[in-house]
Design a protein around this ligand. Structure first.
Ligand code: C2E
Ligand code: MG
Ligand code: MG
Length: 322
């Protein structure tokens, strides 16, 4: 399906010939924010929103040039054994002298301006470099998951960019996972599936993020089968108290397993959720109960502390045997 957002500005009521297109733009942004697939007529108060939008876009251009983007990393563990399975890289923006900005607040603007392409390439390179750095510092190899938006995937040359970043950083393809949302199956689905097949052929792992929240048609799963499926945290929100969400989460796990996929639960916050997810055979877990996303150096400390405690646990077990 195609969505279309229209902004309307009328001459001469809504400005002279210099302002008219800008004001139509402001109305279009309002229509988009209202959920899209609709139109809006310009009103003078929309000017403020437009100014905000333009200065955000300007600031983001500088953010890239000044190196204000950062990655945080959140661990994913094996649901049964508790072993570390990998980390997810999550983008942060730290403007100088200002509070840190979360991705939901600026990724839409990166996409609207096309800045998501250089920003996305930066994220990929940085994430691959980081796992190689951890390896060089003596940690066991971990895989890294990187979020990729539909806009990035549709960029010509995306597959080549991934290939060259892997080559440049020396990371083996199987240690890279790309997390995609179901929106990639809405527009240009055929092209996207071809692209995903090329990535899979290279050995890169693919995951469907926020499963069950985007696009209700499941038919895409039959012509393209990702390796991993991530249950959206909204389905865990009431896990443990017998609500419908549990039935949905349980069905998603069964569907994923039925199609030969790994199932990951994200946003795991409570022991009750862990019990429930283990009970239904969920494969991996990620969430604040384990660790929130951390800067690279802090995640390294977390990893070392975990390895240390596992070593002493093993030593204690051995000691108990003799
Ligand atoms: P996502 O890929 O589904 O990432 C999971 C989000 O859940 C992250 O939010 C993470 O911080 C949050 N989270 C993890 N554990 C918990 C928990 O226990 N409780 C709660 N309430 N939340 C938890 P974050 O970092 O704000 O990222 C939001 C979204 O922004 C991501 O959702 C992803 O779609 C997008 N994003 C992040 N980094 C990138 C990137 O580099 N590129 C692209 N294209 N999108 C990105
Ligand atoms: Mg993700
Ligand atoms: Mg998600």
């Amino acid at each position: 399906s195609l969505a279309c957002s229209v902004g309307v500005a009328l001459y001469p009521d809504h400005g002279d010939r210099h302002q008219l297109v800008m004001h139509a733009d402001a109305a279009m942004y309002t229509a988009k924010r209202a959920g899209g697939n609709t139109y809006a007529l310009f009103e003078s108060r929309m000017n403020e929103g437009l100014q905000d939008q333009l200065s955000l876009q300007q600031d983001l251009r500088h953010a890239l040039e000044r190196g204000e983007l950062q990655l945080h990393y959140q661990p994913k563990i094996d649901a049964r054994l508790g072993r570390l399975q990998g980390v997810e890289a999550l983008l942060r923006w730290q403007p100088e002298g200002k509070p840190m900005v979360m991705p939901d607040q600026f990724i839409p603007a990166l996409e609207e301006t096309g800045l998501i392409v250089p920003a996305g390439a930066w994220v990929l390179r940085e994430a691959c470099n980081q796992v190689m750095t951890w390896r060089a510092r003596g940690l066991p190899p971990v895989s890294v998951a990187v979020n990729v938006s539909a806009r990035q995937l549709q960029q010509r040359g995306f597959v080549d960019t991934v290939a060259s970043i892997l080559k440049e950083t020396g990371l083996e393809a199987r240690y890279l996972e790309l997390e995609l949302t179901e929106t990639i199956f809405v527009d240009n689905a055929g092209d996207n599936v071809r692209m995903l097949r090329r990535l899979a052929d290279m050995g890169v792992s693919l995951a469907i993020d926020d499963f069950g929240t985007g696009h209700s048609s499941l038919s895409y799963l039959s012509n393209f089968s990702p390796r991993t499926q991530k249950i959206d945290r909204s389905f865990l929100s009431e896990a443990g108290d017998g609500s419908d969400n549990i039935a949905i989460a349980r069905a998603i796990i069964a569907l994923g397993h039925g199609m030969g996929m790994y199932v990951v639960a994200e946003g795991v916050e409570t022991e009750a959720q862990v019990d429930f997810l283990r009970g239904y055979g969920c494969d991996q877990m990620q969430g604040s109960l384990l660790s929130k996303p951390l800067p690279a150096d802090q995640l390294e400390q977390w990893l070392r502390a975990r390895i240390q405690s596992q070593l002493s646990l093993n030593a204690a077990r051995r000691a108990a045997l003799v």
